[in-house]
Structure formats: structure tokens, C-alpha cells
Design a protein around this ligand. Structure first.
Ligand code: ZN
Length: 310
């Protein structure tokens, strides 16, 4: 009886372990891209007021011409005058180019160019760049609620290889998960001082207002930061974000229609401020109900003109 109970306990633990592994790997993973992305089918009723705005923005493959304008908020806005980040740069390569999300406000493109150079100086070989924004910004069909203004970029925690990657490598190459399986700390097999240096370099760029990372990564940064800690206040814990960090830059000075988010609270955000993130209910949250999709009525009026233009 005792042995049976013990075996049962082992089985339950094993099941719990695999559930942990599944949960960990289902949040915010970098999904493979495609070599032959299919164009989206035309919408039956594009002008219906209930049409999700993401369906409209996802069907625009070119930017809205004219001067750069980041319009609205990070979670409800759009972008005009976007420029594309070249998919191969001096020290960066765009991943998953089939998603056509390598667009941004020119300020974001300049930031990425600058970070690639500065990161190289602290020993990071080059940036693998994930999603920025769609050609006209706005809500996306998959993965993000922000990235709408051309002011957000995901940077992989995987260093760039020394060669120019093929299309296959960019679409299907796996990102490195730097968080340990128990989600309580970074994975010491993959996390290095250079990851800390890269994150610090990004946070210290004056245009950066916020960087989102997994709480286990924030904990490691708190431990490794040393005496100079002001940059840590920009690095905030969030769900997922174990394979990339998300950088948000400030509203550009000439973007009068851009709504700046509230700044992060002062202080390094370490110690007990991280307790919430390591509670069981936060590490393994129950599934949340999807929010209703934004429609054009939820976005600034200028976004309607931007997405409706040919
Ligand atoms: Zn992101």
C-alpha cells in the first residue's frame, strides 16, 4: 500500500513536472515562420463597425506615406511614415521576416542600429531582431497587444551567428530560452554576464523607457548589476519574455499624437518587489479570458484614415 502510494506520488509529481514544462514553453514562444507566407483572404465585410482592427492592419503590406507619426497609445494606436529595418545590418539580423513586422518609427530604427553597435562593444556578437511593428502599426493577429506605434522591438536572447543567415535559418531557427525549468531563476547553462551587459546597454540608451523581461531574468540582473543600479528601474518583470526582451522607446519629440505611458516606479525594483512574480499563482496562472478585439472605434480617428488608405 505504502509503495503504491509512493508510486502514485511519483507519478503525480512527474505529471506536475511535465505540466510545468508545458506551461513554461507555451508562454510567448517564438513560433516558426514560413518560406511561402500565404496572403490573407479578403475580408467579407471590411467596413462593418465590428470588424477587428487587427484584421485590417494585418492586410496592409506597405507603410502609409508621409512624415513619421506614432499615433495613440502603445496598446491602441497606429503608425504612419514607417521605415523598414533592413533585414541584414552591420551587427543585426531580422528573424522571421515572413511576418513583415520589421517596421517602425525612424527613431526605433535608429535605436536598433545604435544598440547593435553598443552591444558589440560589451561583447554581444550582434542582435537577432524579432517583431517590431506592422507597416502601419496597429493591433496584430498574433502574439502582441503592444507593438502598435512603431516604438517597440523584441530582441532575442540568442546572439547573432557569425554568418549571414539563410531565409530557412531566420524562419525556423529556435530562440534560446534563458529561464530555468522551475522558472525561479535563469538557466545557468545558458545565461552569461554578456546577457546582463546587453540588457544594461539597452536600458541605458536615453530613448528607452521600459524593457520587459521574465521575472527570473530580472532577479538575475538584480544580482549581477553591482553598484550602478539606476538602469534597473527601466527593466520590469513580465509574463513570458524568456527568449527575448521587449524594448519600448519614448514617444518621439515630434510625435504630438503619441500618448506616453506612465513611467516605471522609481527604485531598482529588486528584492521583495519581485515576490509577486514567484508566487505559484503567478508562475502558473489560470488561463485568462481573451479580451474583445479592438475595432477602429477604439483607436484614434487618424488610424482609420491610415488603415483605409490604399
Ligand atoms: Zn514585445
Amino acid at each position: 500500500m505504502r509503495a503504491a502510494a509512493c508510486l502514485l506520488a511519483v507519478l503525480v509529481l512527474a505529471a506536475a513536472g511535465s505540466a510545468v514544462a508545458q506551461k513554461k514553453h507555451s508562454i510567448d514562444r517564438m513560433l516558426p515562420g514560413s518560406l511561402n507566407p500565404e496572403p490573407l483572404p479578403p475580408l467579407q465585410n471590411p467596413d462593418a463597425p465590428s470588424t477587428p482592427a487587427k484584421e485590417l492592419f494585418a492586410r496592409k503590406s506597405t507603410p502609409f506615406p508621409g512624415p513619421p507619426r506614432s499615433i495613440g497609445g502603445y496598446f491602441d494606436g497606429c503608425l504612419a511614415g514607417a521605415v523598414a529595418l533592413p533585414i541584414t545590418g552591420s551587427a543585426w539580423q531580422v528573424m522571421r521576416p515572413s511576418r513583415n513586422r520589421n517596421w517602425g518609427n525612424p527613431q526605433l530604427v535608429r535605436f536598433i542600429e545604435r544598440l547593435a553597435k553598443n552591444a558589440k562593444e560589451v561583447g554581444w556578437n550582434g542582435l537577432l531582431v524579432g517583431d517590431m511593428s506592422q507597416p502601419r502599426g496597429g493591433p496584430m493577429l498574433s502574439d502582441h497587444t503592444s507593438h502598435q506605434l512603431g516604438l517597440d522591438v523584441d530582441i532575442w536572447f540568442t546572439p547573432m551567428p557569425n554568418h549571414v543567415q539563410s531565409r530557412e535559418e531566420r524562419e525556423f531557427g529556435a530562440a534560446t530560452d534563458v529561464v530555468a525549468p522551475d522558472l525561479l531563476d535563469v538557466d545557468r547553462e545558458v545565461w552569461t554576464q554578456t546577457h546582463t551587459a546587453l540588457t544594461r546597454t539597452a536600458a541605458k540608451d536615453p530613448v528607452v523607457i521600459r524593457i520587459l523581461v521574465n521575472a527570473a531574468i530580472k532577479k538575475a540582473l538584480c544580482r549581477e548589476a553591482g553598484a550602478e543600479r539606476a538602469w534597473l528601474s527601466k527593466v520590469r518583470p513580465w509574463y513570458g519574455h524568456a527568449e527575448h526582451f521587449h524594448v519600448q522607446i519614448a514617444c518621439p519629440e515630434n510625435s504630438a499624437e503619441c500618448k506616453p505611458p506612465s513611467p516605471p516606479p522609481p527604485g531598482d525594483g529588486c528584492g521583495h518587489e519581485l515576490d509577486f512574480w514567484f508566487k505559484e499563482s503567478t508562475l502558473h496562472p489560470p488561463p485568462s479570458k481573451p479580451k474583445p478585439a479592438l475595432t477602429l472605434a477604439d483607436l484614434p480617428p487618424a488610424c482609420r484614415q491610415i488603415v483605409k488608405a490604399p
